[in-house]
Design a protein around this ligand. Sequence first.
Ligand code: SF4
Length: 290
Amino acid sequence: MACTLCPRSCGADRASRPGFCGLGEEMLIARIAPHLWEEPPVSGRNGTGAVFFSGCTLRCVYCQNAEISHHNAGRVFSPRELSDALKRLADLGVHTISLITATPFIPRILDTLELWRPPLPLVWNTSGYETVETLRMLDGVIDVYLPDLKHFSSRAGRLCAGAPDYFEYASAALQEMCRQTGPAVYGEDGIMRRGVLVRHLILPGFTAESMKLLTWIRDTLPDGTPVSLMRQYTPCNDVSVPGLDRKVSEKEYRRVRDHMLALELPGFLQEPDSADVDFIPVFNRESSFV
Ligand code: SF4
């Protein structure tokens, strides 16, 4: 069947040949393990049960997880195998289950959740490059959306991900996510039970983009939508885009942070010492699976 699950809408029959994302129909997964380094309402004290799916529909040139997003490292899981892994994660006491860059596998994930639905908030961790039609398949399934909002201009989308339509899709997608979940709801433990938490990674040389995106969030998304402002960009690949070969400067970070504070957006600011390659998880080891 012609795949149109993501905005690339490449129409590949993935049963016989992979599409733009390079993925067949079976779930390919790079890591399943507790993960402590998401935002506090997702990770809490014990971590989120993170399922890192292989491949990506956006494939940013600067991706810090290129081994799995560009090169599709991982191993095949059946719905039954993933269901069993989710049970093991829940038994470890994680607060939430995070499905990370999972869009190409939505049909298999829905099969998995038919077998067993974790009694924990289900988090959809995404680049934000989603179609509204595909997100509607998740309506009533996903409790918490954790989307990135990366680029405002078509120029930045094209340069950084070959996706000049990134903002067109992501802006509609985030509004659909907010419609589905309603306002953020937290438990007494501070863990998000429902809602949307928007992430934005500041890129060196692109602070004007960051500021436009933060203003768009304030003007468009429901009041109280939390934002996580991240500064950990670390050059990892041979990136040809000017400026992306360095970290974000202190001056750039302060400029964007001050804009977020002036807009009175609630949320999180990342600590300076997170801007280090040491924080990037290592994938494709046997120890990567619970
Ligand atoms: S999920 Fe993959 S195969 Fe499907 S439309 Fe997107 S890039 Fe093409």
